[in-house]
Design a protein around this ligand. Structure first.
Ligand SMILES: C[S@@+](CC[C@H](N)C(=O)[O-])C[C@H]1O[C@@H](n2cnc3c(N)ncnc32)[C@H](O)[C@@H]1O
Length: 227
């Protein structure tokens, strides 16, 4: 049943993806996707969510666990900025469906027209930077936002905004990252910037939670203010 839904989704939405991704998607089936036990590429993860694959399945995409943690730590009925929402902003949309008040604004140059925006579900097809205006936000989040991780942390600590990020391997690829030797060095640098920023701005402690149970080898980080 899910292979059929997968084919239907791909046939209907193939134009959302770039040339390279289209080559992968053309021949995709569920057995191939099942090989990704952990660290499922975001494009595939979003599609499996959109076709309802995770609804009655013991596997988890990780989005739900992230949303529940966000709800516990900061609440969902806030003005939330999500950075690096992806081609299909599945996480942001799920959050939006759970909000009775507040809003979610999603930044990603790759955002497609898959969902329609509204006053409470704002799609910004642009990059997020350290100096992006976040004055209206209560919390800034990123779910495996690759190179945007540093901009989220720096912007949040500069402006004293709460943040939560599910980290990924996506730091040191591309020219911008020649500065870092490898992925570990990048990860350590992100944790260091976060810890220093929280201390300097009196924003509480850095919490680092294992995300392994939910299909990622990388942790979730966020700030916990002192009561
Ligand atoms: C690995 S994908 C994660 C997508 C989505 N969060 C998910 O997991 O389903 C990383 C995304 O971050 C976006 N991105 C990278 N740098 C960014 C920046 N500075 N501002 C906004 N988006 C950015 C990329 O375009 C890409 O879609």
């Amino acid at each position: 049943m899910f292979n059929k839904r997968l084919r239907e989704y791909i046939n209907k939405n193939i134009e959302l993806y770039n040339e390279y991704e289209q080559i992968f998607l053309e021949g995709l089936d569920l057995n191939y996707l099942k090989r990704y036990k952990k660290n499922m590429p975001d494009i595939f993860r979003q599609i499996l969510e959109e076709i309802g694959y995770y609804e009655d399945c013991i596997e988890e995409s990780g989005y739900q666990a992230f949303i529940d943690l966000l709800d516990n730590e900061f609440g969902l009925e806030n003005n939330i900025i999500e950075v690096g929402g992806g081609v299909v902003p599945t996480l942001g949309h799920k959050i939006s469906l759970r909000q009775n008040k507040g809003s979610i604004t999603i930044y990603d140059p790759r955002l497609s027209n898959y969902f329609h925006e509204s006053e409470k579900f704002v799609l910004k097809r642009e990059k997020f930077y350290r100096n992006t205006d976040v004055s209206e936000a209560d919390v800034i989040i990123g779910f495996m936002p690759c190179e945007a991780t540093q901009a989220i942390i720096e912007n949040a600590v500069d402006k004293n905004k709460d943040f939560m990020i599910a980290l990924c391997e996506g730091g040191p690829h591309g020219d911008e990252f020649d500065y870092f030797e490898d992925e570990n060095e990048w990860l350590k640098a992100m944790l260091y910037i976060a810890e220093r920023g929280l201390e300097d701005n009196d924003m509480g402690d850095l919490k680092i939670l294992s995300f392994k149970k939910y299909n990622s080898s990388y942790p979730i980080i966020y700030n916990k203010r002192n009561q």
